[in-house]
Design a protein around this ligand. Structure first.
Ligand code: IFM
Length: 477
């Protein structure tokens, strides 16, 4: 790495014991197409909902867009060289649907596929396992114009697109995830509207969630048909939901939010049914007329793995005078039917996103998925934190991010000790990037990106993570 190889300042990490992870543990880092690629109008790519949304005044902080982002499209070789220097065992990226199938229908765009073929080939040449996510929020705009995810047809389109990608890359890519965080696509995109396409209608959000999962199931079937040896899964973003007190009213608030945040996806995907209490909660929002016979069997098509993205915990309380604080994705309208539940802040340390830091919540989350839902291998497909970074003498000493990773890796190890078949961990993110409605104002990367020059500076956390990977664990401090 280009940063001087002095050891990172460990501060709060003093006197922690060493921990070793199981042999073959898949150490990785993750990104997503719209957040890093740029080249928005090159190589035959057409607009996605995020191009439209970010170019709409008032939608993204400071009018930032992904037009250039980290210019990764043009800096592929240098970025992969940085991954190799980190010693990554795997790199999780997403494919831009409108780059490989402009407009979201019709034949593949050879130039778009070529970009991902080069990416995969170069990763493999460096001994880095490619981990491909098919959908990380960037629906081709024409499909949104035709109804978006609330329209059933979009699920079938997603399966068609999956076939194109599987045919082109299936011989070289072993790990596939269909969707990244369908909760965000459905409830931020169509519920609160703080994400693209920026619509705000509870019934549409619920329909979108269902059709995303239907698209997932159809994509799993398409992948199986095209590439029987592929390891296929889905990534969900999960939160422990804790009542603010032991009152029955707060417990009920927690049940409702857990239903919308977690069980809305976990139950159909892994049990083939919607939870009865969730259907009852949502009866004021939708009649579920979009749910057809056979859908749940498709949605629960057998998987090989489950990806869990973990960032924080929700602490909730029963309504008081119908007042709910407005906070980013906690905006009331992203909880259809439960808009009056209050999200409570506990006064514990937070990241620059104002998300409470709660490493034990990762243990709880992984144990819950394993103990209540599945024996499948689990992967933490994202975990990380935004903090304000400063470049001083050409270095970025991000001790808070480093401490966040350390605490969460210790939690991941605790989950393994408790019997969770956790097989890998992907830091979010490899590099600073376009943080959706926050534009470039929030930095999650282990590698600092100077957006004026596109220079990359590995932060202290990157050098520390490289050492974690080298040791397959955490050193004694
Ligand atoms: O940047 C996002 C990513 O695209 C999806 N998971 C959460 C990250 C941080 O907000």
């Amino acid at each position: 790495m280009s940063n001087p190889a002095t050891p990172p300042a460990l501060g709060v990490l003093d006197e922690r014991p060493p921990l070793t992870f199981p042999p073959g543990f898949l150490w990785g880092a993750a990104t997503a197409a719209y957040q890093i690629e740029g080249a928005a109008a090159e190589g035959g790519r057409t607009p996605s909902i995020w191009d439209t949304f970010s170019h709409t005044p008032g939608r993204v902080v400071a009018g930032h867009t992904g037009d250039v982002a980290c210019d990764h499209y043009h800096r592929l070789d240098a970025d992969i060289a940085l991954m190799a220097e980190l010693g990554l065992k795997s790199y999780r990226f997403s494919v831009s649907w409108s780059r490989v199938q402009p407009g979201g229908s019709g034949p593949a765009n050879a130039e778009g596929l070529d970009f991902y073929q080069r990416l995969v080939d170069r990763l493999l040449a460096h001994g880095i396992e490619p981990w491909l996510t098919l959908y990380h929020w960037d629906l081709p705009q024409p499909l949104e114009d035709a109804g978006g995810w609330p329209a059933r047809d979009t699920a079938g389109r997603f399966a068609d697109y999956t076939r194109l990608v599987a045919d082109a890359l299936g011989d070289r890519v072993r790990y596939w995830t269909t969707l990244n965080e369908p909760w965000c696509s459905a409830f931020l995109g169509y519920g609160s509207g703080v994400h693209a396409p920026g619509r705000s209608n509870g019934a549409d959000a619920v329909r979108a969630g269902h059709h995303l999962m239907l698209g997932h199931g159809l994509a799993v079937q398409a992948l199986r048909a095209a590439r029987p040896s592929a390891e296929v899964g889905v990534t969900v973003n999960l939160y422990p939901v804790t009542p603010a007190s032991d009152s029955p009213a707060d417990a009920d608030a927690a049940r409702r939010i857990d239903g919308l945040a977690n069980r809305f996806f976990l139950d159909p995907l892994l049990r083939g049914s919607y939870p009865a209490d969730l259907l009852a909660d949502l009866s004021t929002v939708t009649d579920f007329g979009h749910l057809r016979d056979g859908d749940l069997a498709v949605i629960s098509s057998p998987l090989d793995l489950v990806g869990v993205n973990y960032y924080s915990r929700h602490v909730v309380a029963a309504p008081v005078d119908g007042v709910a604080p407005e906070k980013y994705w906690r905006s009331p309208s992203c909880w259809p039917g439960s808009e009056d539940v209050r999200f409570v802040t506990r006064g514990v340390p937070v990241t620059d996103m104002d998300w409470e830091i709660d490493a034990p919540g990762l243990v709880e989350t992984l144990r819950r998925v394993h103990e209540e839902y599945t024996d499948l291998p689990l992967y933490v497909t994202e975990n990380g934190s935004a903090f304000v970074d400063a470049v001083v003498d050409g270095r970025v000493d991000d001790t808070e991010r480093l401490a966040y990773f350390d605490a969460h890796l210790r939690a991941a190890h605790e989950a393994i000790s408790a019997g969770v078949p956790l097989r890998g961990y992907f830091a979010w993110s490899l590099m600073d990037n376009f943080e959706w409605a926050w534009g470039y104002t929030k930095r999650f990367g282990m590698i600092y990106v100077d957006y004026d020059s596109q220079a990359r500076i590995p932060k202290s956390s990157a050098r520390w993570y490289a050492e974690v990977i080298r040791r397959n664990g955490l050193a004694a401090q």
